[in-house]
Design a protein around this ligand. Structure first.
Ligand code: HEM
Ligand SMILES: *[C@@H]1O[C@H](CO)[C@@H](O)[C@H](O)[C@H]1NC(C)=O
Ligand SMILES: *[C@@H]1O[C@H](CO)[C@@H](O)[C@H](O)[C@H]1NC(C)=O
Length: 503
């Protein structure tokens, strides 16, 4: 009886020892090697890296703590994947501008890439590796945007047309509180869609509803907790976790784009482009079987431009109205300037901005505080390189912290409050500080910057000219904390409008 007990005891010890040995083995196996002279950062835990230290659904506070502790360039491990976060205008410029050849790649093996573009040879523009295919497509896209009206009257007309529809909607609210959540998504989506397909959707159209939801949902999935898990642990990718929803939505979007593509191709006349898609097909025929251009690549770019061109502008405008209601005296000051410059004019034009330094300052301040793309689109190193004395190996994920630049102490007259003085000199003239980088910087800088600036100006000036925006009396105080994602969104709110009497 006693002997049996002892054997049992003995067996248990052996099992325990084996278990410990196995755990130790796994620990060693998953040990994360810090590359030599890698930027400082919290020590990674085997397998998990630093993920356990970060609150995944809203990492901002935790990452801020790390940045305070480790400085402007710090290293992190997402699982075993090394990443470097870059803060502040000086480090960021040095990496993205001065060493752009080393810092302008995109990582291949990420949720966003797998979900958005399933074909390896058709990576689009936004997520394309830094190579000749990207360069040729970027150049072609910029040129074609220009040919279809950027910097000309025709683009202004498209923007004004969509703005009129927004104004009709607001006017119908008749002083009742309304929810503006999708208002600007619809406008921005239609503007870019008219460039792509010479087509627009009515608000109640099924495609409009689909795309609006698609952008709003997926921009919260990208860089959110589930996509960070996906990026960190290849093993979880096959599990039915919420990132599957992202895959599904991208797939549905592809089907819709493909349908429209096939449809518009039927009526195409070669050499007579009606829109971006036609122009691309002309280019494809001109180039023959040159590898970079393909119909798959065209479909990828349609998604890129539609997505990047909608959610960003729309969320910036949503934040803008929120700030203008929170600071009614700033809103009023804009209106005075607008009334003065627009006297006797029917519609605003982008050129009018030179006469509106205050409005310009306010729009820039909206972009600074809205912080719409807080961590840019992640970059990646093309080769082993060096930054601020640290070594960064090829293939390291680079996280440009644009948010840190837009709030950087020493770069702004007042970095922590909404204050248009940040963009005005002592003579009341508009100035743009170096740290204004909501569009990022370097060769990957936002390709739609020109269009976005035109949209923000024309839409905001038209709206402010016609309406006073009022925070509903019975609502709680405006909450300015954004909801995190690859693009940030203000918390849901309602607004009231009053038609201004003028002239
Ligand atoms: C307020 C509006 C916008 C903001 C704040 C914004 C911001 C950004 C940022 C931060 C990036 C990443 C740059 C980098 O990787 O370093 C980017 C890239 C890009 N944006 Fe925008 N964007 C806006 C509007 C637009 C519009 C209207 C378009 C459509 C034409 C557009 C098209 C693109 C494209 C194609 C890229 C990828 C560029 C590349 O990888 O070479 N964006 N944008
Ligand atoms: C980026 O900088 C901002 C402001 O300094 C900070 O709140 C945020 O946590 C930082 N994000 C990362 C990823 O380090
Ligand atoms: C980046 O390059 C510019 C021009 O080549 C130079 O003036 C500047 O000092 C460099 N900046 C840094 C941070 O190295």
């Amino acid at each position: 009886m006693v002997g049996e007990h002892q054997t049992h005891h003995h067996n248990m010890l052996v099992s325990l020892a084996l278990l410990l040995a196995a755990a130790f083995g796994l620990w060693v196996f998953f040990q994360i090697q810090r590359p030599k002279n890698f930027p400082p950062g919290p020590p990674p835990i085997p397998l998990f890296g630093n993920l356990l230290e970060i609150q995944l659904d809203n990492p901002i506070a935790d990452l801020e703590r790390l940045a305070k502790r480790y400085g402007n360039v710090y290293g992190l491990f997402l699982g075993s994947r090394p990443a470097v976060v870059i803060h502040g205008v000086s480090a960021l410029k040095r990496a993205l501008v001065n060493k752009s050849a080393d810092f302008s790649d995109r990582a291949e093996d990420l949720f966003v890439r797998h979900a958005a573009h399933t074909k390896a040879q058709a990576p689009g523009v936004v997520l394309s590796p830094y190579n000749s295919g990207w360069r040729e497509h970027r150049r072609f896209t910029l040129m074609t945007l220009r040919n279809f009206g950027l910097g000309k009257q025709s683009m202004e007309d498209r923007i004004l047309g969509e703005t009129r529809r927004v104004m009709e909607f607001l006017e119908q609210s008749d002083g009742e509180p309304i929810n503006p959540e999708t208002l600007f998504h619809k406008a921005a989506s239609n503007i870019i869609f008219q460039v792509l397909f010479a087509k627009r959707f009515d608000n109640e159209d099924d495609s409009m509803k689909f795309f609006t939801n698609f952008f709003r949902e997926t921009s919260k999935i990208i860089n959110g907790p589930w996509s960070l898990l996906y990026d960190s642990f290849p093993a979880v990718r096959y599990l039915p976790l919420p990132f599957k929803r992202g895959f599904e939505m991208f797939k549905m979007s592809h089907e819709r784009y493909l349908e429209m593509f096939v449809e518009t191709k039927k009526t195409r006349v070669p050499g007579k482009p009606r829109h971006f898609v036609d122009a691309y097909l002309d280019e494809l025929e001109k180039r023959g079987d040159e590898a970079f251009f393909s119909e798959d690549q065209l479909c990828a770019i349609i998604l890129d431009l539609h997505f990047a061109g909608t959610d960003t502008t729309a969320n910036t405008l949503l934040s803008g109205l929120l700030y203008l209601m929170k600071y009614p005296h700033i809103q009023e000051y804009c209106q005075q300037e607008i009334d003065k410059v627009m006297q006797g004019k029917n519609e605003v034009s982008f050129e009018d901005r030179v006469q509106m330094p205050y409005v310009q300052a306010v729009i820039h301040e909206i972009q600074r505080t809205a912080n719409t793309v807080p961590l840019s689109v992640f970059h990646c190193t093309t080769r082993d390189t060096e930054l601020m004395g640290y070594s960064i190996p090829k293939g390291t994920l680079i996280i440009p912290n644009l948010s840190s630049v837009l709030n950087e102490k020493g770069q702004w007259k007042s970095s922590h409050e909404f204050n248009p003085e940040n963009f005005l000199n002592e003579n009341g003239e508009f100035v743009q500080p170096e740290a204004f980088m909501p569009f990022s910087t370097g060769p990957r800088v936002c390709l739609g910057e020109g269009l976005a600036r035109m949209e923000l100006f024309i839409i905001l000036v038209s709206l402010l000219r016609k309406f006073r925006f009022i925070w509903p009396e019975d609502a709680e105080e405006p909450d300015l904390t954004p909801v995190f994602g690859v693009t940030q969104t203000p918390k849901p709110y309602s607004l009231k409008v009053q038609v201004r009497s003028r002239c």
